[in-house]
Design a protein around this ligand. Structure first.
Ligand SMILES: [Zn+2]
Length: 171
């Protein structure tokens, strides 16, 4: 038996699951009842807020990528609308109340062990509040597209690139 996956027990019968090939990948499979366990994705939501042509970013206070900049973002709660999660995280990290205007991108692929496996990025506009770093951000600022700081994570770079491309296409 492979130890490639952490030991879990069958939700149906309580037997210790084994790592086996099932449905095109290595998954926990119950040797007694045949139940196959699928891991739920961890989903995060991010807000991309532009004001006067500048992009809102937060500086990470914690590792990984401490000191680098990202979009305000965080995990979506189980019963939460991802748009509401993006707005909530933005308020927590930047002090700004925002209104989501549209979907910008959905980015798949976990980048670190505690990271999300899916990041949903929304365009949003500031609707109130005052700029103040909070939660796991220690600084918050607006940056011009041609003067961005060091960005943390591929998902951030991809979303910011998409935003920059969209701005260019509108010029
Ligand atoms: Zn079982």
């Amino acid at each position: 038996m492979s130890e490639a996956l952490p030991a879990i027990h069958c939700l149906r019968c309580g037997m210790r699951m084994e790592s086996r090939q099932a449905y095109g990948g290595l998954r926990p499979v119950c040797p007694a009842c045949g139940h196959v366990h699928f891991e739920d994705p961890k989903v995060a939501a991010a807000a991309l807020v532009e004001r006067d042509g500048r992009l809102l970013l937060v500086r990470r206070a914690n590792n990984p990528a401490r000191g680098q900049w990202t979009l305000p973002a965080g995990f979506v709660d189980a019963d939460e609308d991802p748009q509401a999660a993006a707005a909530r995280e933005c308020l927590e990290e930047t002090g700004l109340e925002v209104r989501v205007t549209r979907l910008l991108d959905v980015i798949a692929g976990r980048e670190h062990p505690r990271g999300a496996s899916i990041v949903i990025v929304y365009l949003a506009e500031a609707a109130g509040g005052e700029l103040k770093a909070g939660d796991d951000a220690d600084e918050v600022a607006f940056f011009p597209a041609d003067g961005l700081p060091a960005l943390a994570f591929r998902a951030t770079r991809q979303a910011v690139q998409r935003w920059a491309d969209g701005r260019r296409s509108m010029l």
